[in-house]
Design a protein around this ligand. Structure first.
Ligand code: GTP
Ligand code: MG
Length: 182
C-alpha cells in the first residue's frame, strides 16, 4: 500500500462517525445506546428521554457520537433539528409490538421524505429490530418478515436490518460492525 493510501485510510479512520438514533417512544433507543457504551459508563437505570442525549465513545476502533433523541409524539417535530451531518441513521423498532409497526413505518417515511430536500447527503440506514428476547424462537422469522415487508419501499435497497436486544446484548456486535463499516 502506498503512503498516500495509508494516509487516506488513517484520515477516514480518524473521522468521527455521527450516528442519529431515532424511532418511536419505548422502542429501546436509550437502552441500546447504553449497551454500546463501555461497561463503566453505562447507566443502571434508563428513563424516557425528554429532549436528547449525546454520548461519544469508541466503537470498533472508530470514534462515534451517538445522538439519542426522545421518541414521544410531542418530541418528533424536533427530530429534523438533529439531522445535519448525520452519517448513520439507526431506526429502532420494538419487534414485540406489531400493532405499532404502522406508526413506526409512517414516521420513518415522513423523516426520509423530508430528507430528500437536503441535497448531497448520503446516509446509511440501519433498521434495528429490538426486543428480540421477547419473541419466541418459532415466531421470530414471521415477525421479522412482517416488519421487513412493511418497510419495503420505505427503507430503500441499501438499508441494513439488525435483530437485537438492548437488554441481553444479543446482536450488539453486528450493530457495532454495521455502524462503523462504510
Ligand atoms: N425485554 C426488553 N426490553 C427492552 C429492550 N430494550 C429496551 N427495553 C425496555 O423498554 C423500555 C423502553 O426503553 P428505552 O430505552 O427507554 O426506550 P426509548 O426508545 O429510548 O424511549 P424514549 O426515550 O421515550 O423515546 C424500558 O423499560 C427498557 O428496559 C429489549 O431489547 N428487551
Ligand atoms: Mg430514550
Amino acid at each position: 500500500m502506498g503512503l498516500l493510501s495509508i494516509i487516506k485510510k488513517q484520515k477516514l479512520k480518524d473521522k468521527e462517525i455521527r450516528c442519529l438514533i431515532l424511532g418511536l417512544d419505548n422502542s429501546g433507543k436509550s437502552t441500546i445506546v447504553n449497551r454500546l457504551l463501555p461497561k463503566d459508563q453505562r447507566s443502571s437505570e434508563i428513563t424516557p428521554t425528554i429532549g436528547f442525549q449525546i454520548h461519544t465513545t469508541h466503537i470498533q476502533d472508530r470514534i462515534v457520537s451517538l445522538w439519542d433523541i426522545g421518541g414521544q409524539t410531542t418530541l418528533r417535530p424536533f427530530w429534523d433539528n438533529y439531522y445535519d451531518k448525520t452519517d448513520v441513521l439507526v431506526w429502532c423498532i420494538d419487534i414485540s409490538q406489531p400493532f405499532r409497526f404502522n406508526e413506526s413505518v409512517h414516521e420513518l417515511f415522513s423523516f426520509l421524505q423530508r430528507d430528500q430536500g437536503r441535497p448531497g447527503h448520503h446516509l446509511k440506514l440501519i433498521v434495528v429490530l429490538n426486543k428480540i428476547d421477547l419473541i419466541s424462537g418459532s415466531s421470530i422469522m414471521t415477525r421479522v418478515s412482517s416488519v421487513q415487508n412493511d418497510l419495503s419501499g420505505v427503507a430503500g435497497a441499501g438499508a441494513v436490518f439488525v435483530r437485537c436486544s438492548g437488554v441481553t446484548g444479543q446482536g450488539m456486535q453486528e450493530l457495532s460492525y454495521e455502524m462503523c463499516s462504510d
